[in-house]
Design a protein around this ligand. Sequence first.
Ligand SMILES: Cc1cc2nc3c(=O)[nH]c(=O)nc-3n(C[C@H](O)[C@H](O)[C@H](O)COP(=O)(O)OP(=O)(O)OC[C@H]3O[C@@H](n4cnc5c(N)ncnc54)[C@H](O)[C@@H]3O)c2cc1C
Length: 419
Amino acid sequence: MRIAVIGAGVIGTTTAWYLARHGHEVTVVDRAAEPAEETSHANGALLHASHAEPWNAPGVLWDLLRWIGREDSPLLLRPGSLPSMAGWGLRFLRYSGQRHFDRSTRVNAQLAVHSLRLLRELRRETGIRYDDAQQGIIKIFRDQASLDKALHASHLMDAMGVRHSVLDARGTVALEPALADVAHELSGSIHYPDDESGDAHLFTLKLADLARARGVDFQMKTSVQRLVREGHRITGLETDAGPVTADAYVLAAGSLAAPLARPLGLKLPIYPVKGYSITLPCGSWAGAPVIPLIDDANKVVFTPLGERLRMAGTAEFTGFDLSLNRVRAESVLRQVLKTLPSLEPHAERSQLTPWCGLRPMSADGVPILGDSGITNLYLNCGPGHLGWTFACGLGSLLADHISGAATALPLAPLAAGRF
Ligand SMILES: Cc1cc2nc3c(=O)[nH]c(=O)nc-3n(C[C@H](O)[C@H](O)[C@H](O)COP(=O)(O)OP(=O)(O)OC[C@H]3O[C@@H](n4cnc5c(N)ncnc54)[C@H](O)[C@@H]3O)c2cc1C
């Protein structure tokens, strides 16, 4: 079959890879010059099945209200964006009940575990490397209540195969000596030994090259303006470089999947949630952390990536605005310094690379995958804060589904029809 994939982020590129392995003739269309130029470019770099819980946890409304309009808060709701997010926002809150939260956590954890298994297979099969590390991840806590809350989610995920162990402050520092300065503040940590890390941008570029070698055509600098629908089928893509036609189409356009699908009559509940990262060369810093860390209280992650340290965090509800706000970028660094004060002399401001991107967040925090309701249009969108973690799993499941093969996991919990 000839298949056109819209979007060359980590999701579209992995989908193209698995479709090509099924023998399809694949074209990937993207408006950027290179793959992974948007949200997949400089994310937190964590492959974390352990973080499978959606962001709309019970109590999220209180957090949103508490931080409303505060530029330095980890979660920022700009009052001006409220009209554009009304429908999505109400659903986001509705899904924050305990029952939905537990269900979504289980679905995501199962998908993430499957995805990491496929990623390991891909590494074995192709030798692909992307500043990857397989050291697990440590999540640190500064109060017992937060640790207990995280343990509730960890127990749910344990049943899905996400192993964890609880450490006290001393055990935490023994595992990651870079935390010695804040040992007295820690109530403990959770170590997830099977989690991994790696540069999603590098991975996507390399996988795109491997896909090209299998015949996948990447049609870059091509913006899709409209999907042309005739009756129950898509008959082509209207792009600024002329029409693109195929037998089937995959929508993997990140946060822009929703506006692209809307004229077709498809309402995808996906909202862009902006986040920031800062990357710092740290080759000469002997005390740099070696294991990726999630700081629960300050809502930041820091991930060693080869000779660099990637720090990421913040969630901002501000529509499709991709302008880089220095205060928000600096706030990621400020939060990290609370845990890694010894970073300060190495955080030479001129060496820092700030970045921001839009997490394509579905209303229930679970990706949207599979049939769209239009016969030959398939969806792979809405992976939110976990798109890198889910990429191989989602790409492979969709390729199996389109090819008529049995899927390794049931697709019903991921289907658009659940909304
Ligand atoms: C600060 C931050 C930290 C994060 N940390 C992590 C993490 O640690 N672990 C994790 O698993 N996930 C993380 N994520 C989430 C992850 O980065 C995303 O879920 C993932 O990158 C989404 O990939 P995607 O391919 O769907 O979207 P994108 O990478 O945005 O790709 C979509 C592509 O579609 C193209 N496109 C859109 N519209 C059109 C059009 N009309 N015509 C042509 N092309 C079009 C775009 O150019 C783009 O290349 C983080 C995100 C952020 C912002």
